[in-house]
Write a protein that binds this ligand. Structure first.
Ligand SMILES: Cc1ncc(COP(=O)(O)O)c(C=O)c1O
Length: 461
C-alpha cells in the first residue's frame, strides 16, 4: 500500500449507537496526528505505513489516538498483541523485570528466565523429540537462524519455499520471501539456494484445478515434477512453509496438503521448517497452526505474539541440529530479560484466560459474520481463515476474480475513518486479527463498521 498519507477526511457521522465502544471525535488523522505524521514523513525512512492512525495509549482491544479518538483494534500491532494492549499481568512482569535486571546478554552469560522460556517453547512446539531453542529479536531473524541451522547441520545448499510466502526482509529470509514483487525488486542477487513451488491456494488454484478432484496436485508436484527436474532432493537442506500464508493473503491450505508434503519430505529425509511467526502462539486457536494439519515439523520459527509486545523471536530445533562449536551463530539481544518476562507472562495469560478456546470460538463467529457480509457485498470474493486469522478478499468481479486492491484500500480507509483499525494482506485482502481476548460485541461492532465502510467505498468509487 502507498506510503503517502491519505488526505484528512471529515469526521465520520456520529452514527454509533449507545454502548458501542468506538468514539470518533475528529477527522482521522486529527490535527495532532497530522502534525506528527508530517514530521514522521520528514525523518523516517519509507517502510510499509498504511493508515494514518497515531496512537497515544491503548488498553485491551482499544487504542486512544493523539486527538482523543477511541479506536477498535483489529490489527493488534500486526498480530503481536495476543492478550491485548497493556494486559496488567504483562505490564507487571515487564516493570518488575526492567527494574531488577534488564539486559545481561543471554547468549554469552546465564539467567534463569530465558532457560525457563526455552524449556516451555520446546514443550509447546509439536513433537516429543529432544529440542533446543535459539532466541532472536524478530521474525526475519528467526528465519535467518533457521536457514543457517539447516544449512550448517545438513551441509546441503537448497531450501524450498512457497511462491507467495513471507519470511522477512533480511537477505536470507528475503531469498525465501515471494509474497509481493516490491519486496524483492532491486535487491537481487539473493542468497543462493532458494527455490520455490506454487503455494496451495484453492481460491486461485495455480493449476486451475478443483479440490478434491485435484488430488492435491499442488503438493505432489514437488516430487513428481520438481524433484525430477530442477531440485535434486539430495541437495535439499529443508522445506520452509507457513502453516497459513500470512502476508501472502491469509491462505489456508486444503486438507491433507501438509500431510502429503510431509510424506514426500520423509521419503527423502528432508526436514520441515514451520514459520509460525504470524500464525503461531494461539492465533488460530492452537498454540501452533501446524497442529491443525496434523504434521510435526523439525524446526519452528516464532516472533510477533511470542514477545508479548516486546521484540522477541525464537527457533525451536531438534537438539541434534545444534551447532557443535560455540561461535557459529549468536546475537546480543536474543532472549533479552524484559522481552522474556513479557513472553512468559503472555503465555501464562493465554493459558489462564483460555484464549486458545476463545480464538477458536470467536474466530468461527467472525468468519460467519463476514460470510453474511459477503452475501450482501459483491466485492467480497472470498472469506477465509483459521481461528482469529481471518481475511476477506476483494475482487472486481466474482466470476473473473480479478483482485481489486484499490477497493480494498478504500474499505480500510473508510473503516479507519469510522474508528476500526485494519490491515491489508495479499493482493487485495483485508486481514482481521484482533487480540485473542476479543468478544462478540467487539466483533459485531467491527463487522458493522466494515459493512458501512464497504458501502462508502462503493459510493466513492
Ligand atoms: C510468517 C512470517 N514470517 C516472518 C515474518 C518477519 O517478521 P518480522 O517483521 O518480525 O521480521 C513475518 C512478518 O510479517 C511473517 O508474517
Amino acid at each position: 500500500m502507498s506510503q503517502s498519507t491519505p488526505p484528512p477526511v471529515a469526521a465520520a457521522p456520529p452514527n454509533r449507537s449507545p454502548g458501542h465502544g468506538v468514539s470518533v471525535r475528529t477527522p482521522i488523522p486529527g490535527p495532532n496526528a497530522q502534525r506528527i505524521i508530517a514530521r514522521d514523513e520528514r525523518f523516517l525512512m519509507t517502510s510499509t505505513k498504511s493508515s494514518p492512525v497515531v496512537a497515544a495509549e491503548a488498553s485491551g482491544m482499544w487504542v486512544q489516538d493523539v486527538d482523543g479518538n477511541r479506536l477498535l483494534d483489529f490489527a493488534a500491532g500486526i498480530g503481536v498483541l495476543a492478550v491485548g494492549h497493556a494486559h496488567p499481568e504483562v505490564v507487571r512482569a515487564v516493570r518488575e523485570q526492567v527494574g531488577r535486571l534488564s539486559h545481561f546478554a543471554g547468549t554469552d552469560f546465564y539467567y534463569e528466565n530465558q532457560t525457563i522460556l526455552a524449556e516451555r517453547l520446546a514443550q509447546l512446539t509439536p513433537g516429543t523429540f529432544p529440542k533446543k531453542v535459539f532466541f532472536t529479536n524478530s521474525g526475519t531473524e528467526s528465519a535467518e537462524a533457521a536457514l543457517k541451522i539447516v544449512r550448517h547441520h545438513r551441509q546441503k545448499p537448497i531450501v524450498v519455499g512457497l511462491l507467495g510466502g513471507f519470511h522477512g526482509r533480511t537477505m536470507g529470509a528475503l531469498t525465501m520471501t515471494t509474497s509481493k514483487p516490491v519486496q524483492r525488486a532491486r535487491f537481487a542477487p539473493f542468497v543462493g539456494g532458494g527455490h520455490h513451488i506454487p503455494a496451495p491456494m484453492c481460491y486461485r488454484c495455480p493449476y486451475k484445478l478443483e479440490y478434491p478432484s485435484c488430488d492435491l496436485y499442488c503438493a505432489k508436484i514437488l516430487e513428481e515434477l520438481y524433484f525430477q527436474t530442477s531440485i535434486p532432493p539430495e541437495d535439499v537442506a529443508a522445506f520452509l512453509a507457513e502453516p497459513v500464508m500470512g502476508e501472502g493473503g491469509y491462505v489456508v491450505p486444503p486438507p491433507r496438503w501438509h500431510a502429503t508434503i510431509r510424506g514426500i519430505l520423509d521419503r527423502y529425509g528432508i526436514p520441515l521448517i514451520d514459520d509460525e511467526v504470524q500464525a503461531g502462539i494461539g492465533r488460530t486457536g492452537r498454540w501452533f497452526a501446524v497442529e491443525h494439519h496434523g504434521v510435526v515439523p523439525e524446526l519452528v520459527t516464532v516472533a510477533k505474539a511470542f514477545g508479548g509486545g516486546l521484540p522477541l523471536g525464537a527457533v525451536s530445533l531438534p537438539a541434534d541440529y545444534d551447532f557443535p562449536k560455540p561461535g557459529s551463530h549468536s546475537n546480543t539481544f536474543g532472549g533479552n530479560l524484559v522481552a522474556v518476562a513479557a513472553s512468559l507472562a503472555t503465555l501464562d495469560v493465554i493459558e489462564k484466560e483460555r484464549l486458545l478456546d476463545n480464538a477458536r470460538r470467536q474466530g468461527e463467529y467472525l468468519l460467519q459474520r463476514l460470510r453474511e457480509l459477503q452475501q450482501r457485498h459483491e466485492e467480497i470474493g472470498d472469506v477465509r481463515g483459521l481461528g482469529l486469522m481471518v481475511a476477506t478478499e476483494f475482487v472486481q468481479d466474482r466470476a473473473t476474480k480479478v483482485p481489486d486492491a484499490a477497493f480494498r484500500d478504500r474499505v480500510i480507509a473508510e473503516a479507519v475513518r469510522r474508528g476500526l483499525i485494519l490491515l491489508g494482506c495479499g493482493r487485495s485482502s483485508i486481514r482481521y486479527i484482533p487480540p485473542l481476548i476479543v468478544q462478540r460485541p467487539e466483533i459485531d461492532e467491527a463487522v458493522e463498521i466494515v459493512d458501512a465502510a464497504i458501502a462508502a467505498a462503493r459510493a466513492h468509487a
